[in-house]
Design a protein around this ligand. Structure first.
Ligand SMILES: Nc1ncnc2c1ncn2[C@@H]1O[C@H](COP(=O)(O)OP(=O)(O)OP(=O)(O)O)[C@@H](O)[C@H]1O
Ligand SMILES: [Mg+2]
Length: 362
């Protein structure tokens, strides 16, 4: 469906893409991962000609789009693009956002564009927001609208550039779920992401980008479990992220503490830090926050470890009313947690709810 031959993109000071060669087949779902600055965004921007390649060719359905004679408008219509920052028209309602381009560019009637728009909003779970303005939606909902708007153009491939990275963790799941459902329907997609769990589960192929191009290309299992090349191995080994959702007071506490221990050991976290991390989890999360959450709730517990600095950060995000654990009456638990942690910070935001960040060993 898309063939890329000797693609090069040079900027005055850097050449992120030196020589990219690959073929993308219809139905491929490709996760693009790799360190910052390795040309992941540049690659997908070249594919839909938002950037003009310095040299090389890109052939889409037999048409060489890098040829100056190519009619770019037609080709671009086949390629939907979803950005980190939604890019919705704020002065238009949700449904108007979905109707505009199909009416202007595909010549659809108002009624057709409306019907299709509503149908697509249904597939992303937002039919009841059709008449709202983007400002009235959460970040996750905005991104789902942006995806529906892209689908309204009936693209043959959708290119996503970090679709969840501007979202709070509690909203990442709903957007990932929509993308996953599109993958199941057989859409062709390329997804740049830093969410490794998602990169792995959604795709049939993974591009690891480094060193001026697609450094290693394989199935998720090959790239994540059996990387072959030096830089991929190093990158995969350094992924130090742990994440769990807690949605019930009856969650598997023992199992989770065990997984934390395993995460720590796998990443060579010192035993002392593992112990401190478990203690913070027990006191802040189990003793202080969870008893305050009633009814249906969502909590995301994430840990990141940086082997270079040996700093570990734990993050708890949860919905519901504002609740600052640092103001808890449970002085005993609070004191134990504060002794185990180097810092505990609480934030609250309309968009993301409650967020507690704990650092250990920074
Ligand atoms: N318009 C531009 N002009 C000059 N340099 C640019 C431009 N766009 C990107 N670059 C440079 O090209 C390199 C690759 O950038 P790119 O945005 O593709 O990286 P990336 O892999 O998407 O990184 P990240 O994970 O941080 O998003 C970087 O060094 C960047 O500074
Ligand atoms: Mg990028």
């Amino acid at each position: 469906m898309i063939t890329i031959n000797h693609l090069k993109k040079a900027y005055p000071n850097v050449t992120p893409l030196k020589d990219v060669n690959t073929t993308i087949n219809r139905g491929d779902v490709i996760s693009i991962i790799g360190p910052s600055g390795t040309g992941k965004s540049t690659l997908i921007r070249c594919i839909n000609m938002l950037e003009t390649p310095t040299s090389g060719e890109i052939i889409v359905d037999g048409e060489t789009i890098t040829d100056p004679k190519c009619q770019l408008d037609k080709v671009r219509q086949k390629m939907g693009m979803v950005f980190q920052s939604f890019n919705l028209f704020n002065h238009m309602t949700v449904i108007e956002n979905l109707m505009a381009a199909p009416m202007d560019l595909l010549g659809k009637s108002r009624q057709e564009a409306y019907d299709r728009g509503i149908e697509l909003l249904r597939t992303v779970g937002l039919a009841d927001k059709a008449l709202n303005y983007p400002d009235e939606l959460s970040g996750g909902q905005k991104q789902r609208v942006a995806i529906a708007r892209t689908l309204a153009m009936d693209p043959e491939i959708i290119l996503f550039d970090e679709p969840t990275s501007a979202l709070d963790p509690t909203m990442v799941g709903e957007v990932e779920a929509v993308i996953r459902s599109l993958a199941k329907k057989g859409l062709t997609m390329m997804i740049v992401t830093h969410e490794m769990r998602f990169a792995r589960e959604v795709a049939n192929r993974v591009f690891y980008m480094d060193d001026g191009g697609i450094y290693e290309d394989g199935t998720p299992e090959q790239i994540f479990d059996h990387p072959q090349k030096e830089r991929t191995i190093r990158f995969i080994r350094h992924l130090k992220v742990f994440e769990e959702k807690i949605t019930s007071h009856d969650f598997d506490f023992i199992g989770l503490v065990g997984k934390l221990e395993e995460f720590g050991r796998k990443n060579q976290v010192s035993q002392k830090t593992i112990y401190r991390m478990q203690q913070v989890f027990e006191e802040i999360c189990v003793q202080i926050i969870l008893p305050e959450l009633t009814g249906d709730f969502n909590m995301v517990f994430a840990v990141e470890y940086s082997p270079e600095t040996e700093a570990l950060s734990m993050r708890f995000t949860y919905d519901g009313e504002r609740f600052d654990p640092l103001e808890s009456d449970n002085q005993l638990s609070l004191r134990i947690a504060q002794r185990s942690a180097d810092s505990i910070e609480y934030e609250y935001g309309e968009e993301y709810g409650n967020k507690v960040t704990v650092t250990i060993g920074a």
